[in-house]
Design a protein around this ligand. Structure first.
Ligand SMILES: Nc1ncnc2c1ncn2[C@@H]1O[C@H](COP(=O)(O)OP(=O)(O)OP(=O)(O)O)[C@@H](O)[C@H]1O
Length: 912
């Protein structure tokens, strides 16, 4: 026997150390009785090492409300240490010590263990001397494990105690989770997967599952299993990642508590399942460290899902949708011990962090169960592993822990840390989970849609998990009612726990819980809908405001439109009034509408005669000119001094039969050559019927005159077309001159002068433009060319018609061409003459006949007025004149009287 150094005084550390616990007074029968805590005695290492393992205690039935199962497995010490990776002194020392030593020697060297199994549920951890700060011995007893597997335990034993119950439950439809937890190199992977010669939990579970299927024969032909496998790792410390370890697996992401896109491979037999597991293990990230030559660098999770595809409708298969999850976590490690650097060190940080978060979740659950008023901390969100295992870590589903430790002195700190951390977990309780096989949600369906599956898993827990679920919902809904509902749930839970575990009472309790859960869901939905309604209300308010603004704008536009309409109507009314006024007055400058073509009814017809168009009048004048074919030539100097009698005589001398005042009147109109030159309605409109008859007689006399020049239209009716006047500018030699606006204006002036000249010819005096007018050329007809040229020489006061040109004087030629013949019917005339459509042509591109006509209209208007004045001023009939002075109050009457006087004068001349 090797020499043993004297052990320091031993202090039994109670487990858990916070709560004083009675030191185990008795050890298993085969174990040597522990020494008293206060006694100083040599540590029975040899006895412990060589002692037979304690007999298995009677297998306790899985109580529905039992605590979390925490198993402890002690790894054998006689393991060849891994090769040296770094220059870690401890590793080098191990290598040095172990070099060339046989396993026995190693075993003997590792007699200095720190962990001794007291019984099947407790161990004693003794601090080695090197780890003691003082020379006082320090021992801690950890009790309460579901089972402690000694170092020489075999896989089968572990499986039967740990895994087999879970598999059976899984086959019955209960989901389960087994998590291996422990420091690096403690045997987690060995326990879970084992080796071909000594398979671990996973292979054995698969064997059990498929052997069960084979044994059951055709009883469950529709049962099928799906296997999925993935790992959570961290590469270069850049966060956590998920990799699908199934063939063709890719990187995945975690959504809520499910891995999105995780491949589930349906396994039909054990061989396929084992090959998948082997493939996944090869794919899993491992690396050699000083602590483990094949250290796992990721958290590996295996899911075996039991799916029942067919349902016969008679028998309920509670195993439907159950998932058996096996998690092999990477062991916490210390850099000092592993010698990790770089990537390995980053991996160590990730591994240690995940282990820490995992422990925090379980601790929070424990504290929450101890004090329900203490909220459940949401540590699960701090790592992918805990997020994925959230339901388990929140106590909603049963889980099982298997702790693996190394008993050597060198592993004291790791072992101590794990036991300190995990031993309290044994107090986590799962209440009444197993009493809910008839839970309605589990019975309802055997298909596995995602939501139903989650729902089923949610209710497939204990009362506490349900209560927690409802509490969480309530916390999210309304914090004010949380405490109240929590109290309800607590009461209900206490009642359920206190009540006999009969199926009926449990069922009733669950119904009440479900009602409460439904109520909470309803409240949550109401809150969501309330928020949605508020948002919708705000949006509608905004729309309403915009709509109101739009209505206001529209109203403004309507008002503006109304105003515009009113103004338009007002303007129209004014325009109508003006039109009516114009129609009453028949002012030629306003009424430019084309003349109504009324059948000629003779001068006796009052209607057409009363309202002839000025154009018609003008044309009529031209036509009368042509009828008479009169060519006149007068000198202005002689015209001034002539009286009416002289004019008559002169007119008679020229043989102007039928040429009288009427002709002068018409000539006045024609000289204007347009509408504005003579206000015929004003003059003729007031002519008495007798006068019209007289005029008719005059025209009858005119009808005897041979028409040698085409007329344009008859002034008082008949068919006529707009006359076109062709204006030619010619020099004294008769050559055409360029015409511009100024020339045209001159022409207009010339026309005015010609107008007055003609008026003077008729024996009227007072023409302001008659001065210096030389009518040297007698009027001649030019019927052959259908053109009448009126030549006016303003400079020498000479005017000639029909192309007579005074030498040395510039002249203006106005030619009226009738290019479109038309037939004019004269009711009062015997002749029927062919006329061409009058056309006005300015023989210059710069000339603009329409504008010229308009301007001429305005310029000729004073001439006509003057002519009327002259008419009225004639004292042909003294009596009439006296009467006019006394009676006439209107210009129309004066004009009428003047016209009568003129006509009488003309008539008298004719009679002569
Ligand atoms: N009970 C055991 N019996 C025999 N060998 C064991 C036992 N437990 C562990 N080993 C051996 O110890 C070594 C390390 O074990 P394992 O790889 O399982 O440790 P681990 O806890 O998984 O380490 P890590 O956390 O680094 O992955 C392996 O070679 C394994 O074969």
């Amino acid at each position: 026997m090797e020499h043993q150094s004297p052990c320091p005084p031993t202090t039994v550390r109670r487990n858990p150390h916070r709560n004083a616990r009675k030191t185990p007074s008795t050890l298993p029968p085969r174990d040597p009785p522990p020494s008293a805590p206060s006694t100083i005695a040599p540590f029975p290492i040899d006895e412990l090492l060589h002692a037979d393992p304690p007999p298995d205690p009677p297998r306790k039935p899985q109580s529905p409300s039992e605590n979390l199962n925490v198993f402890l497995r002690i790894r054998p010490l006689d393991i060849v240490p891994p090769p040296k990776i770094g220059k870690n002194p401890s590793t080098a020392a191990v290598k040095k010590k172990g070099k060339g030593m046989s396993p026995n020697i190693l075993k003997g060297r590792n007699k200095n263990v720190c962990l001794v199994m007291n019984d099947s549920s407790s161990v004693t951890l003794s601090a080695p001397i090197s780890a003691l700060e003082s020379k006082r011995a320090k021992s801690e007893v950890y009790d309460g494990f579901s089972h402690v597997f000694p170092s020489d335990s075999i896989q089968k034993e572990v499986y039967e105690r740990v895994m087999d119950p879970l598999v059976e439950g899984f086959m019955e439809g209960k989901s389960a989770l087994l998590v291996a937890l422990g420091p690096t190199g403690s045997g987690k992977t060995h326990t879970m997967f084992g080796c071909p010669r000594d398979p671990g939990m996973v292979p054995r579970a698969l064997q059990k599952i498929f052997s069960h299927s084979n044994e059951s024969g055709d009883s469950h032909p529709s049962r099928s299993y799906y296997l999925s496998m993935f790992e959570i790792y961290s590469e270069w410390g850049k966060g956590e990642r998920i990799l699908d370890l199934s063939p063709n697996g890719v990187e995945l992401s975690l959504q809520q508590s499910s891995v999105k896109g995780l491949q589930e491979v349906m396994v039909c037999n054990l061989t396929v399942a084992e090959s998948l597991i082997a493939h996944g293990m090869l794919k899993r990230a491992t690396a050699a460290t000083n602590a483990n030559n094949q250290s796992s660098r990721s958290q590996c999770i295996i899911n075996i899902r039991n799916d029942l595809r067919n349902f016969d409708g008679k028998k309920e298969f509670l195993s439907s949708g159950a998932v058996l999850t096996i998690a092999d976590l990477a062991g916490a490690e210390k850099a000092r011990k592993t010698g990790n650097q770089g990537t390995r060190l980053l991996e160590s940080n990730f591994i240690n962090n995940t282990s820490m978060v995992f422990g925090h979740c379980l601790r929070s659950l424990l504290e929450h169960q101890k004090n329900p008023k203490k909220p459940l901390q949401k540590h699960c969100k701090n790592s992918l592993l805990t997020r994925y295992l959230r339901e388990y870590l929140e106590g909603k589903k049963r889980m099982t822990l298997i702790l693996t430790v190394k008993p050597g002195e060198d592993d004291y700190l790791d072992t101590s840390f794990l036991l300190r951390q995990a031993s309290p977990y044994m107090k986590i309780k799962y209440s009444n989970l197993e009493e809910l096989p008839n839970f309605p949600s589990l019975k309802r369906s055997t298909t596995h849609s995602g939501s139903e599956h989650l729902k089923r898993r949610k209710f497939n827990g204990s009362d506490s998990s349900l209560v927690n679920a409802v509490k969480n919902d309530n916390d999210e809904v309304d914090g004010n009612h949380t405490s109240e509902k929590e109290a309800k749930y607590e009461k209900l839970q206490q009642k359920a726990n206190a009540s006999p575990k009969s199926g009926r009472s449990a069922h009733m309790s669950m119904e009440r819980l479900e009602d409460l859960h439904t109520e909470a869901q309803r409240a949550r939905n109401e809150k969501i809908m309330l928020g949605f309604a508020k948002a919708l209300w705000n949006v509608l308010k905004e729309y309403k405001q915009k709509l109101t603004e739009s209505d206001k704008d529209a109203e403004k536009l309507r008002d503006a439109l109304r105003k515009e309409k009113a103004s338009v109507s007002k303007l129209e009314k004014e325009l109508e009034e003006l039109r009516s006024c114009c129609s009453c007055c028949k002012h030629p400058s306003i009424d430019d509408s084309p003349p109504k073509q009324e059948p000629f009814s003779g001068f006796s017809a009052t209607g057409p005669l009363m309202k002839p168009s000025v154009q018609e009048s003008t044309k009529c004048v031209d036509m009368v000119h042509e009828y008479n074919n009169i060519s006149m030539e007068y000198h202005s100097d002689t015209l001034e001094s002539r009286t009416s009698t002289d004019v008559s005589k002169e007119w008679a001398k020229h043989g102007g039969e039928g040429f009288g005042a009427n002709n002068i009147l018409l000539d006045e109109i024609s000289s204007g050559d347009n509408v504005g030159s003579f206000s015929s309605p004003m003059v003729l409109g007031t002519v008495h019927t007798e006068e019209n008859e007289m005029i008719g007689q005059m025209v009858d006399s005119f009808s005897n005159i041979k028409v040698d020049e085409e007329c344009k239209s008859f002034p008082f009716g008949g068919e006529c077309l707009p006359r076109q006047t062709e204006v030619k500018l010619a020099d004294q030699k008769g050559e055409n001159l360029p015409v511009n606006n100024h020339r045209v204006a001159d022409l207009e002036e010339t026309n005015i002068q010609g107008q007055h000249l003609v008026s003077t010819i008729a024996g009227l005096s007072g023409s302001e433009h008659s001065d210096n007018i030389d009518r040297s050329s007698p009027p001649t007809s030019n019927s052959g060319e259908n053109e009448k040229v009126v030549t006016c020489n303003t400079q020498n006061s000479s005017l000639s018609m029909d192309g007579e040109i005074m030498k040395g004087n510039p002249k203006v030629s106005s030619s009226i061409s009738k290019s479109h013949p038309s037939v004019v019917k004269h009711d009062g005339l015997a002749d029927e003459c062919k006329v061409r459509e009058p056309s006005v042509k300015i023989q210059s591109p710069a000339s603009k006949p329409p504008n010229c006509r308009k301007s001429r209209t305005r310029k000729l208007l004073p001439a006509s007025a003057m002519l009327l004045k002259e008419f009225n001023s004639l004292e042909i009939d003294a009596e009439n004149a006296k009467e006019n002075k006394g009676k006439s109050s209107t210009k129309g009457m004066e004009r009428s009287q003047g016209s009568i006087s003129l006509l009488r004068l003309l008539n008298s001349n004719v009679n002569r």
